[in-house]
Design a protein around this ligand. Structure first.
Ligand SMILES: Cc1cc2nc3c(=O)[nH]c(=O)nc-3n(C[C@H](O)[C@H](O)[C@H](O)COP(=O)(O)O)c2cc1C
Length: 209
């Protein structure tokens, strides 16, 4: 399978990036094809007003690597893993900008938007977080956002790895071993059991054989 990991902290050697790299190692060990991108290398700007800034051929006029990453790494992927530090109880501005900038290509004013929408749909989605604080709701807003993102794009939210740390590399000393969890998350990302039932979903009495 093809996976795309977006590491969205401005600290490219920080905690969430270390966790994202461990997920990548697990995916590679399980035989998957992984594209790994630092959001800072792809994005130089927030979304602008497309009506004013879209080129006459329909393309986004912002000159950075977003288009290449979006079309060549994100759209072809079966799975998308977003790694972010928790900033103000939300995702990094870089990750938010990645989501926002996709609008330029799925909006009806982009000539091939129907094809883009088809290719945005149905991905398996993973989340990698680092934060200083440990209380459970520190990630509540982000979990809701990713759940809604998965629902909206008809994807499947496959799980979360959350490491605690503050200074660069601190996450390696988290006694819950999030780096080990992240590697395991990568190994099982495409095969792990994922459920999100509705009341009338047919099911068996047991989850595990
Ligand atoms: C602008 C900013 C906002 C932050 N907000 C929070 C927060 O709301 N809750 C929290 O637990 N940690 C917060 N932190 C701490 C980071 O989440 C923590 O240091 C994290 O490990 C950084 O990940 P990184 O090394 O991948 O950048 C914040 C840090 C910064 C720089």
């Amino acid at each position: 399978m093809k996976a795309f990991i977006l590491s969205s902290s401005p600290r490219q050697n920080g905690n969430s990036a270390m966790l994202a790299e461990a997920v990548r190692d697990g995916l590679v060990a399980a035989g998957h094809d992984v594209a790994f991108v630092y959001a800072n290398d792809a994005l130089s700007s927030f979304l602008r007003d497309c009506r004013q800034c879209r080129r006459s051929d329909g393309e986004c006029a912002i000159e950075d690597n977003f288009r290449t990453v979006f079309f060549e790494k994100f759209l072809p992927a079966d799975g998308f893993i977003a790694a972010t530090p928790i900033y103000w109880y939300g995702v990094s501005a870089q990750l938010k900008a990645f989501f926002d900038r996709s609008f330029c290509y799925y909006a009806a004013s982009y000539p091939r938007s129907a094809e883009v929408i088809e290719r945005m749909k149905g991905k398996r989605i993973g989340l990698v977080l680092s934060s200083e604080e440990t209380f459970p709701m520190v990630s509540g807003g982000i979990l809701s956002q990713m759940q809604e993102y998965a629902r909206y794009t008809r994807g499947q939210f496959a799980g979360v790895v959350h490491g605690v740390g503050n200074a660069r590399g601190d996450v390696a000393r988290d006694p819950e071993n999030p780096l080990g969890q992240a590697r395991r998350f990568g190994e099982t990302f495409f095969t792990r059991h994922v459920s999100d039932y509705q009341i009338d979903t047919p099911r068996r009495g047991r989850v595990w054989d």
